[in-house]
Each structure stands twice: as structure tokens, then as C-alpha cells.
Design a protein around this ligand. Structure first.
Ligand code: NAD
Length: 448
């Protein structure tokens, strides 16, 4: 039995039975049985039913937002944004169904034609930090490409995923096309990796577990995409609009209580403007209110569980900070926002904390900024702040990261590719590119 608590109050929200490996097998069996009809459905019809699914989600935004906030502590405004984004993502991929087309290639003696064939049953494994959003990033392209799916959400935050599964059925997605199984990663998640009828695993989570999955998938050469951890750099050059860069810096690391794979948790600041930037950054962080996630004016809620709070505290306790914000006393898994300027060899400068802790590191020049940025096992996201366009282009081209922004901290959109370099992942989500990860490319030669 799984006991879910509201992270802002520690009150029990509900108790859920754990699915067993046998339940996972049953879900895989259902997905397999539903596969031929879903694959054979005319693309226009598949698109239509996916649009109804997207509309049904849009009609339940308030309910989904409330569930997300109560289950994982996300501020209600952000939860509402996420619920709307789930609908947008599903709409985008409903529209993509008819647009993911093959090509014809003239060759000697005939013509080659390519087809994007669905894989069959795909396993979707999601983390707890943006539960419904991460689920939609996988459900949308999986179904659009003609696959059926078994979704295994993080066992501590399954409520919105369960509800989305119900809404799919209400919208007319045929039974068996989308299945949701709630249980532990090491049993139910592992079964998606091991089961021979699951042709691909799409995983978002920690780099450690991602590596285990990669080993597990090797035996069957199972298709695998990985969206993993990060320690992204927010690079502020002396010629940047410092006020704007500093005003954006707190949200870039503290949003979602820092539980964001794209969190720009390493703030790299050119030495000549370091002191001025720090004043502005600290001022902006003071306005970052931490409190009741049901209050629409709250910027940051609690951390997700007592266990995760303890993990973040292992980094933050004893850390010398230049600014520590205020956070409510318990009950609730509260952690204040923190800004620190530790020495470079301190693990907080290199390891993913996944909490509201920003480290600020000075740099001398462009080459130094790039060197520090790339001195990481990760390469997911990042930002560059400068008013020199040529410099911005040089720097983003040199940064070893997949999802970047210039003079902004926003870099995630369903219509543009998203993913990481190095140990931040493998493959891409979003955009038409992701559909290639949910299908096999078949080539046929027709002799003429
Ligand atoms: P996690 O790796 O502990 O768990 C992720 C999912 O994997 C959960 O559903 C879990 O039950 C499952 N799992 C665990 N062990 C498994 C196993 N042996 N086999 C199959 N499934 C297993 O990650 P988390 O703590 O839920 O999430 C936080 C991590 O996710 C952070 O590192 C964060 O950076 C990363 N993340 C990455 C992205 C991205 O897009 N790159 C997005 C969000 C979160």
C-alpha cells in the first residue's frame, strides 16, 4: 500500500495499492491487444480522437491542477499552467499524426519509399517533479506515432497520471491504447524494461536510474530514450542587461522548488560585474515568496517528500550562503531559497541538488565561461545573457548542452526539440523530431 501525503501539510491524501509485476504484465497484454487496431486506424481518425483527448484535458484543468498541487506541492498557478500545457502538447501531437510522412527516393532501376512504422507497445516511465507534464510529453508522441502505451508514473506522484488515463477513455481513446500502472520502479518499472513485448522505453528521471535502464535494455537491443539530470549554467556577461538577468535568475533556479531538470543552478557571472549582479540577484531572490502552494501569490512551495528534503539538506546544511530566504516552519517539507558562492571544488558546484540552492561562480572572459560551463558530466539546459549578438552565437555553439536560451531562461516548448548532451540524456522529446524515436524507419525498394 502506498500512502500519499500533501507535502505542504504532511496530511495523508490517500492510500493506493501498489501494482504488482503481474499487473504490469496485464497492462502490457492489454496494450499489445489494442495495438493492431490503433496502428491501422486512419491517421485523420487517430488525430481526431487525440484532439478530443486534448479537449477533455482542457475541460479538467482545475481538477488536474488541484490534484498536482496536493500531491507534489507545486504552486497552484504553475499546476494550472502545466494542466493547460498537457492539453496543448496533446493538441500538437494530434496535429502531427498526419504530418509525420515518409519520402520517395529515386534510385537506379526503381524507387525507394520510406515508411515510419509504429513500434508496438512502448513503456513510458516518468518522474515526480512535473508529473502530468512529463507524462504528456511521452503520451502525445507515443500515441501519435501509432503505438500503444503503458505509463508508469513516479509512485509518489501518480494522481494526475491516473486521472489523465481516465480522461483518455472518456474522450474515446480506445481501451488498451493508454494504460497506467502505479508501482515501484524496481519492480513495475523494471518489468517494462524486461518484458519482450515492450519495444521501447522512454524514461525521464535520474542519471543513475537511466544508466541501469540502459544496461537492462541492452539484452533485447530495446529502443530507449533518456531525459536525465542536469546542472545547467546561467552565464551572465558584463555587457548583459544586468537588471533583466538578475530579475530572471531566481525563477531560473528556484521555480518548482528547484526540482527542475532544466534548473540553471550554476550562475556564472563575469568578474567585473560580479558584485553588482549579486546585489541585484539577492534583491530579486528576496521577493521570491515561499509558502502555501494553494495561495496564488506563492512563488515556491515545499519540496516533494521528507526524504527529498533530507537529501537537499545534505547539501545545504552547513553551506555558507550569501543569502538564505525565509520558509515556513513545519508541518510541510519546507526549504528556503539559498544563494552561495562556494569554492569551485565544493560538490554543490557540480552535483545536481534538485532543490532551491543556487551557486554563483565568477569567470574572467568568454573562454573561461565556456570552460566552466562545460566542466560538467551534464549538458541539459542553460542561458547566456549578453547584448553582443555575435558573442551569444559563439557561446551557445560552444556550450555542451541541448536546450539553451539567450537573454531568457525559457527554452522548453512542445514545438522545438528538447533534450540533453552527455549524461543528461539520449534522444530528444518534443517537436516532429521526437516521432522518429517512437517509430522504426522502414525502406522499401520498388523495382520499375
Ligand atoms: P528516478 O530516477 O528516481 O525515478 C524516475 C522514474 O523511474 C520513477 O517512475 C521511478 O519509479 C522509476 N524507476 C526507478 N528505478 C527504476 C528501475 N530500476 N527500472 C525502471 N524504472 C525505475 O527520478 P526522480 O527522482 O523521480 O526524478 C528526479 C530526476 O529526474 C532528476 O535527476 C531530474 O533531473 C530528472 N528529470 C529529468 C528531466 C529531463 O527532461 N531531462 C525532466 C524531469 C526530471
Amino acid at each position: 500500500m502506498l500512502t500519499l501525503r500533501n507535502p505542504a501539510t504532511e496530511e495523508v491524501i490517500c492510500e493506493l495499492p501498489h501494482a504488482s509485476v503481474a499487473d504490469a504484465d496485464a497492462a502490457i497484454e492489454k496494450a499489445k491487444a489494442a495495438s493492431p487496431a490503433w496502428k491501422a486506424m486512419a491517421p485523420a481518425d487517430r488525430s481526431k480522437v487525440m484532439r478530443r483527448f486534448a479537449d477533455t484535458v482542457a475541460a479538467h484543468v482545475d481538477e488536474l491542477a488541484l490534484l498536482e498541487t496536493q500531491n507534489m506541492g507545486m504552486p497552484i498557478g504553475s499546476s494550472r499552467w502545466c494542466a493547460n500545457a498537457v492539453s496543448d502538447v496533446l493538441h500538437y501531437f494530434a496535429g502531427a499524426v498526419e504530418k509525420h510522412t515518409g519520402s520517395s527516393i529515386p534510385v537506379a532501376g526503381g524507387i525507394d519509399v520510406t515508411f515510419h512504422e509504429p513500434l508496438g507497445v512502448v513503456g513510458l516511465i516518468t518522474p515526480w517533479n512535473f508529473p502530468m507534464l512529463m507524462a504528456s510529453w511521452k503520451i502525445g508522441p507515443a500515441l501519435a506515432a501509432g503505438n500503444t502505451a503503458v505509463l508508469k508514473p513516479a509512485e509518489i506522484t501518480p494522481l494526475t497520471s491516473i486521472r489523465i488515463g481516465e480522461l483518455a477513455l472518456e474522450a474515446g481513446i480506445p481501451e488498451g491504447v493508454l494504460n497506467v500502472v502505479v508501482g515501484p520502479g524496481r519492480t513495475v518499472g523494471q518489468r517494462l524494461v524486461d518484458h519482450p513485448d515492450v519495444r521501447k522505453v522512454a524514461f525521464t528521471g535520474s542519471t543513475e536510474v537511466g544508466k541501469q535502464l540502459m544496461r537492462g535494455c541492452a539484452d533485447q537491443v530495446k529502443r530507449l530514450t533518456l531525459e536525465l539530470g542536469g546542472k545547467s549554467a546561467n552565464i551572465v556577461f558584463a555587457d548583459a542587461d544586468l537588471e533583466k538577468a538578475a530579475a530572471n535568475a531566481p525563477g531560473a533556479v528556484f521555480d518548482n522548488s528547484g526540482q527542475d531538470c532544466c534548473s540553471r543552478s550554476r550562475v556564472l557571472v563575469q568578474r567585473s560585474v560580479f558584485d553588482r549582479f549579486m546585489e541585484l540577484f539577492i534583491d530579486a531572490a528576496k521577493a521570491f515568496t515561499v509558502g502555501d502552494p494553494m495561495d496564488p501569490s506563492t512563488a515556491m512551495g515545499p519540496l516533494v517528500t521528507a526524504g527529498h528534503l533530507a537529501a537537499v539538506r545534505r547539501y545545504s546544511e552547513g553551506l555558507e550562503t550569501v543569502f538564505t530566504g525565509e520558509a515556513p516552519d513545519g508541518p510541510g517539507y519546507w526549504h528556503p531559497v539559498m544563494i552561495a558562492t562556494p569554492t569551485y571544488d565544493d560538490p554543490v558546484c557540480h552535483e545536481e541538488i534538485f532543490g532551491p540552492v543556487a551557486v554563483v561562480i565568477p569567470f574572467d572572459d568568454e573562454a573561461d565561461a565556456i570552460r566552466i560551463c562545460n566542466d560538467s558530466i551534464y549538458g541539459l539546459s542553460g542561458s547566456v545573457w549578453t547584448q553582443d549578438g555575435a558573442k551569444a552565437i559563439r557561446v551557445v555553439r560552444a556550450m555542451e548542452a541541448g536546450t539553451l536560451s539567450v537573454n531568457s531562461n525559457s527554452s522548453v516548448r512542445y514545438s522545438t526539440p528538447f533534450g540533453g548532451f552527455k549524461q543528461s540524456g539520449l534522444g530528444r522529446e518534443h517537436s516532429m523530431h521526437v516521432l522518429d524515436h517512437y517509430s522504426e524507419l522502414k525502406n522499401v525498394f520498388f523495382a520499375t
